[in-house]
Design a protein around this ligand. Sequence first.
Ligand SMILES: Cc1ncc(COP(=O)(O)O)c(C=O)c1O
Length: 455
Amino acid sequence: MKDIYDDVLAHAQKHGRAYLAQVHEQPVFPSEEALSNLKTFEEALPTKGQSAIDTIDMLHAIGSPATVATTGHRYFGFVVGGTVPASVGANWLAGAWDQSPSSFMNSPVGTKLESVAAGWLRDILGLPDHLGVGMTTGATMANFTGLAAGRSALLRRAGWNVEEDGLYGAPEIKVIVSEEVHVTVEKALAMLGLGKKRVTRVPTDANGAMKLDALPELDALTMVCTQAGNVNTGAIDPIGAICARAREVGAWVHVDGAFGLWGRLLEHMTDAFEGIEQADSLATDAHKWLNTPYDCGIVLTRHPEALHHAMATVAPYFKAEEAMAPKDMVPEFSRRARGVEVWAALRSLGRDGVTGMIEGCCVHARHFADGLQAIGFDVLNDVVLNQVVATIGSPEELADIRALVEASGECWFGPTVWKGRHAVRISVSSWRTTAEDVERSLAAIAAAKAAILGD
Ligand SMILES: Cc1ncc(COP(=O)(O)O)c(C=O)c1O
């Protein structure tokens, strides 16, 4: 007998396949018509249930054209990866499973795949195999989780149990960030009661990396938030040297490597990442440069026990003997089995495939930088990874150029301000982008520039 799931999933699959087959040709930012059609969703809550198939059909008819084509070839906004095919397939199947890998008891397959994926992540990122790993919604929560472990460890060493006693009356933690700290690290500090303003900000060099000689003195109650991959330029802080100093006094070093940690795979970046394995905690994303579907962040730490202290929950309906169950290593208790897609992406690409993808994005970023310079833009950053920051004309003219490119539907990238200058920011993060896509995007940018500034 045919199951209702069968029909609904067949529709979803048909629409999903049709969407992905044309996504590289749909306007990268939705048309006015598609945006206006979103009003169709504003129905009154139906009293009686509607057909499930009709619901999926409506989702495709109205929803698909109003998507930003981030899984296509020419989306260069924020730092948004595409999705490699195996990870989308795994995501669909995992959706059918609907597993919450809180513990082995909840999901043997979910916990097994997350632990295999964790091992592969440590391996491919060149990190020690004793690191504890947790899967979060994204780098924001991975930063939060790593810093929570740091807060717990530093205070515990000072004789204070922050999980039990909170922060009132606790020894004071000194937090050091770069002046280029990502806003989500600041958010994590705010959520942890450490405050966004109560930090020491270290000046950065021209490309946005922390100046080592400006690093204040560290001590056993210091947490240093470093960055591997500045969100604008891709710059990498001198993490190895900072870790060496921290080691001497027992300070905690956290690395926000949301996308940049994957630069570890690049041969020409070996020196920049030297010593990063000494960091106490690291955060990265799979949904950015590993090209898995949203949402998937990863926290790694040399101190799994500190992470466990910070995140563990005890409930009589869980088996006590399951040490370091996923629910005890991240903030979420119930969540989706996001490690399934990480496992599928890593298995389908292999070490060579992932390295090739990362290298390819960097080659395309360089291509963009050269092409932009050739049409009169100033490239403001040293293109060390996949990020390009460029500017031309006045801020208003630049905004008009960006708007014309967006309206062309050919590609999409966002605005930024870099060291006081209005600029555009191009991030090449998708496995699908090719040299032809870069050329096609450069042609759209050149046409927009000619329309606003003349040839
Ligand atoms: C350097 C950096 N850190 C943290 C984040 C936050 O990541 P997520 O959006 O996955 O939470 C980003 C996102 O762009 C980032 O670039």
